[in-house]
Design a protein around this ligand. Structure first.
Ligand code: GUN
Length: 322
């Protein structure tokens, strides 16, 4: 889609599509209960009291409650050892009433994150980060897929963004977003470029992209010059802005509202995309907040229900996931 720079990009409405997915999951939970007497259960594990992790896990537990899933939150002290965490994961693996295990990352520096991830039963790995699930995704086999990239695919497909044959560029190569995102786009026949902190000419790469996914964790790194006119742009970043002058430069027409939020709360959120600049060039753009964030939680709920079904060999009609 070509566009002139005085237009604003259409909003890719992650929050609306997350609500749609959550309604579907809630209906599936009712069906599972009625037909198979199964109520899916998500065990969350948080270690320490990182404020962001505390909010994320709380939102996951609240989503379980809202959708009729059972949740079982475990909170461990920051000084918890790897061995203790491995014990807990081992117990949760064995319990038949636990369908999904989510260990909130990052873990404190003393804990061996890889050993903990590898200890999770792949059938309960609702984050899709166990090497078995990562391998299945790379091979195009069915399995549990990381929630954020899975949610972005739902967003694109349900918003009518064509993927097959398109140039897709993923900025960021994290295990939880960038790499699985690339795999999912590749499976849908996009031509993929993966960019990262060592990419020499980022703008030259991103400007080729019909679909641009940005998950690099740097506030407003992607500017107007990075965007192909009319491209669909998905911003996975969440960065705090505390400076009112910076907010004025970043948010264009929305600046007054954002400055108001800073005065009230001390900060406002910006993604990895410069909203005022990119809005003028992109065809479609996710907002921050209320873009990708709500989709991640919706897909976590979907993965938990999927795990509950798969573990018991319960088939569902219209299982669209890889
Ligand atoms: N920390 C930030 N995002 C995530 C996520 O999607 N899953 C887990 N387990 N930890 C996270």
């Amino acid at each position: 889609m070509e566009k002139t720079t005085d237009q604003r990009a259409e909003v890719l409405d992650g929050a609306r599509i997350a609500e749609e997915i959550k309604r579907e999951v809630a209906a599936e939970v009712v069906r599972l209960q009625q037909e198979s007497n199964v109520r899916p259960c998500l065990a969350t594990v948080r270690v320490g009291d990182d404020p962001a992790s505390t909010i994320y896990v709380r939102n996951k537990v609240l989503a379980c409650e809202a959708l009729g899933l059972r949740s079982e939150p475990h909170v461990l002290a920051a000084e918890t050892t790897t061995e203790h965490l491995l014990d807990l994961v081992g117990t949760l693996n064995k319990r038949d009433d636990v369908d999904g295990i989510l260990v909130q990352l990052p873990l404190p520096p003393g804990v061996d994150e890889l050993r903990v991830i590898e200890a999770i039963d792949p059938a309960k790995d609702v984050d899709g980060i166990h090497p078995i699930n990562v391998g299945r995704l790379a091979l195009g086999q069915p399995g549990l897929v990381p929630c954020t990239p899975a949610g972005i695919i739902e967003l694109l497909e349900r918003s009518g963004v064509a993927i097959s044959g398109m140039n897709a560029c993923v900025v960021g190569r994290s295990n939880i977003v960038g790499r699985p995102m690339s795999q999912l786009l590749l499976q849908r026949n996009a031509t993929i470029t993966i960019c990262h902190s060592r990419t020499r000419d980022l703008a030259a790469m991103t400007r080729q992209a019909d679909i641009l996914i940005v998950a690099i964790g740097r506030a407003a790194l992607v500017r107007g010059e990075h965007i192909k006119p009319g491209a669909a742009v998905v911003d996975v970043g969440m960065n705090k802005v505390t400076d009112e002058g910076e907010a004025r430069a970043l948010f264009g027409d929305d600046a007054a509202k954002r400055v108001e939020i800073i005065k009230r709360r001390g900060y406002t959120l910006v993604g990895d995309v410069h909203p005022a600049e990119v809005e003028g060039v992109a065809g479609r753009l996710t907002p921050v907040p209320r873009g990708v964030g709500p989709l991640t939680i919706a897909m976590l709920m979907q993965n938990t229900v999927k795990a509950a079904r798969m573990r018991r060999g319960i088939k569902v009609t219209g299982d669209e996931q890889e």
